[in-house]
Design a protein around this ligand. Sequence first.
Ligand code: NDP
Length: 294
Amino acid sequence: MSARLIDGKTLAEELRTAFKARVAALAARGQRPGLAVILIGEDPASQVYVRNKVNACEAAGLFSQKLVYPVDVAQAEVLAKLAELNADPAIHGILVQLPLPRHFDEKAVLEAIAPAKDVDGFHAENAGALAQGAPRFIPCTPYGVMKMLEANGIDPAGREAVVIGRSNIVGKPMALLLINAGATVTVCHSRTRDLAAHTRRADILVAAVGKPRFVTADMVKPGAVVIDVGINRLPPEEGGKLCGDVDFNAVKDVAALITPVPGGVGPMTITMLLANTIEAAEREAGRGGDKRHA
Ligand code: NDP
């Protein structure tokens, strides 16, 4: 039997359509949500991600500002720009595209973003709020996954959920969201012994590993919901296409629901960035915020 697809592309489009009314309501109050994106260096994947984020902002009627720095820029210069953006009333959300060049202290950069504008949700204050079950901004990728579960009628409460990956960007916040939603959560990583014994118990299996086709059919419980966060570029000899962390063609015959790559989690990530930026602007408007870029 073949699994039903969880279509992230269509859901992302539906959500973006729904955002229009919120952006219009802000415009009626003289407000336009504004996102500043900082890109350091010339990593090709980062360039694509930043371009997609900026384009998505434009399409949704948001104001966006892209700030590009050479790879050898001094950290102090970026921190000074962040301080400026923190104080800029036209900017409601700030994100620094990761990964950063080696000479940067990632923690220091992320902590320099005002928590109220930290739309990626990576600031320690926001990570702590999520851990306590009262999030201010939910990191976009796991937020998108939760929206996909919700839209497909999957309530994590009482289910066994297994997350492969423990990064601060995906794995950890994903696990926290599933815990907050009532799932019994296991987090696996490179030190996990007998990974398949864990994954085979999962009613909901989330793969955020960064290894193409890592999750094979024998690792999946029949009838499971499989969420593939991975975005991997296959080598030219294998066609050079994008590929997830899940062996889709084999796993779709075991799972009940599965996300494709591309067209699954990817489009949801940028959508939730828009959601967080609009939310930040709405909060500011609630406090009687500014009228620039209206
Ligand atoms: P990281 O490299 O930061 O984390 C990967 C995780 O996988 C680590 O926790 C690592 O364990 C674990 N891991 C590695 N090898 C194994 C193994 N053999 N067995 C079990 N666990 C293993 O990656 P990210 O979390 O940033 O991203 C994960 C994937 O998701 C990537 O493909 C990335 O491109 C993609 N991604 C997709 C997004 C989207 O919008 N769809 C957004 C962000 C990321 P350990 O901690 O022990 O090293």
